[in-house]
Design a protein around this ligand. Structure first.
Ligand SMILES: C[C@H](CCC[C@@H](C)[C@H]1CC[C@H]2[C@@H]3[C@H](O)C[C@@H]4C[C@H](O)CC[C@]4(C)[C@H]3C[C@H](O)[C@]12C)C(=O)SCCNC(=O)CCNC(=O)[C@H](O)C(C)(C)COP(=O)(O)OP(=O)(O)OC[C@H]1O[C@@H](n2cnc3c(N)ncnc32)[C@H](O)[C@@H]1OP(=O)(O)O
Length: 382
């Protein structure tokens, strides 16, 4: 796999850093998640392919253990508020001094500088600060965040993984590690570059929810079917729009012009009425094999059995029966191989990882009996 041989130490976080770690693991990196001690259950749902070491970083001996792990690793990924790592003597200066090849990755909401750097926040706050949230929502309604997809995952975890891969590439040339300051505000904004750069086209001249791509246009929206499901319509270009009209059994001559914005509400009413006359399955049969850009809105449980997804193996069931998306994109020579076994228990690999990183048996026992590290091998065997 592309990242085989890359060793990553991921400090346990909420959502974006775990996703970043999972991407790296899916593509072959060895990812060791450092969990807190005295915690029974992890909230990391993005733990695929990782190992877990439970370590009390508040104890200087615990911090020393982490330092030792980082000396022998390529990447450390930390998701804490600015200053937390420095307080424990684990800031970039401390770690890069010991391992100048280390890629020290800081994934935060607001970045390492600026007046918000130390403030708590979540996806919705970062999205708001990026400018993008102001554009998301239906006409005459308040802004809506699309789950926590944009800042946490696209602008956060994914962008951070991209930064790590870039830093690894650069290290091949320079031999040097570096610090990555990944801000979710900036990552989200960057993902949304199109919004800024397409303003000159007039794409966003109308109020929120009344533009071409924000559910303003009736030919770029979802419609309820007679069985309470939905179809997604994205028929923008005239030749595709014609196929939509044809599939709906409508006649162009009876309808207003596609791009007549003042007629969009009336056109939407017509589409709404027609879509409500058949089931999702029936509409899929009408539109499958056409270029009308009409697809069923599938639930998370339905994606696995859709023939297209099935043909490509786009989703898979792991050993626990859980459906997940296959890692993307597909690399022809070195595709990702997502781990199919269950996620690690907290501290399941403490003993084995410490041994592998050169700790003597007696040292490990001392750390265990002092409660600086915890091991949950027994739970894993049950
Ligand atoms: C919208 C998303 C978040 C969604 C996540 C949800 C899915 C989950 C959130 C809460 C979960 C529920 C909850 O836990 C209760 C139940 C628990 C049960 O087990 C399961 C069910 C639950 C209902 C559970 C269900 C779900 O899992 C949840 C609902 C996001 O937007 S995530 C993005 C958040 N933002 C960032 O990541 C930006 C960067 N980080 C920060 O700004 C801050 O970390 C943050 C997130 C604001 C948190 O601030 P906090 O004050 O808590 O922490 P920090 O200031 O960063 O300091 C960390 C302290 O922890 C110490 N520490 C760390 N590791 C160790 C260690 N190994 N040993 C010892 N100590 C450690 C560190 O020293 C810091 O200590 P100090 O504060 O003393 O300096």
């Amino acid at each position: 796999m592309a990242l085989a041989g890359v060793r990553v130490i991921e400090l346990a976080g909420l959502a974006p850093a775990p996703f970043c770690g999972m991407i790296l693991a899916d593509f072959g990196a060895r990812v060791i998640r450092v969990d807190r001690t005295k915690v029974a259950m992890t909230v990391d749902t993005q733990a695929r392919g990782k190992q877990s070491v439970a370590l009390n970083l508040k104890n200087p001996k615990g911090a020393a253990v982490l330092k030792r792990l980082c000396v022998q690793s390529d990447v450390v990924l930390e998701p804490y508020r600015k200053g937390v790592m420095e307080k424990m003597g684990l800031g970039p200066e401390d770690l890069l001094k010991e391992n100048p090849r280390l890629i020290y990755t800081r994934l935060t909401g607001y970045g390492q500088s600026g007046s918000y750097a130390k403030a708590a926040g979540h996806d919705i706050n970062y999205l708001a600060m990026s400018g993008l949230l102001s554009m998301l929502g239906r006409s005459s309604e308040k802004p809506y965040a699309p789950l926590n997809l944009v800042a946490d995952f696209a602008g956060g975890g994914l962008m951070c993984a991209f930064g790590i891969v870039l830093a690894l590439l650069e290290r091949n040339r320079s031999g040097q590690g570096q610090i990555i300051d990944a801000s979710m505000v900036e990552g989200a904004a960057y993902v949304g570059s199109f919004m800024w750069k397409s303003r000159s086209l007039g794409l966003w001249n109308r109020p929120r929810g009344e533009n071409l791509l924000d559910s303003g246009a009736p030919f770029y929206d979802t419609y309820r079917t007679s069985d309470g499901k939905y179809m997604a319509v994205g028929a923008i270009e005239p030749q595709f729009y014609q196929q939509l009209i044809q599939g709906l059994g409508l006649y162009d001559a009876d309808l207003p012009a596609q791009m007549s914005e003042s007629d969009w509400p009336q056109l939407r009413q017509t589409f709404t009425r027609v879509f409500a006359s058949k089931t999702q399955e029936e509409w899929s049969q009408v539109f499958d094999g056409t270029d009308a850009c009409v697809t069923p809105v599938l639930s998370l449980d339905e994606v696995l059995s859709h023939p297209h997804n099935q043909a490509r193996g786009s989703f898979f069931k792991d050993s626990q029966g859980e459906i997940s998306p296959r890692p993307a994109p597909i690399l022809s020579h070195s595709p990702a191989e997502p781990c199919h076994s269950r996620d690690p228990f907290i501290g399941e690999h403490t003993r084995s990882v410490l041994k592998e990183y050169g700790f003597e048996q007696a040292q490990i026992e001392q750390l265990l009996s002092a409660g600086i590290v915890e091991c949950n091998e027994a739970k894993a065997r049950l």
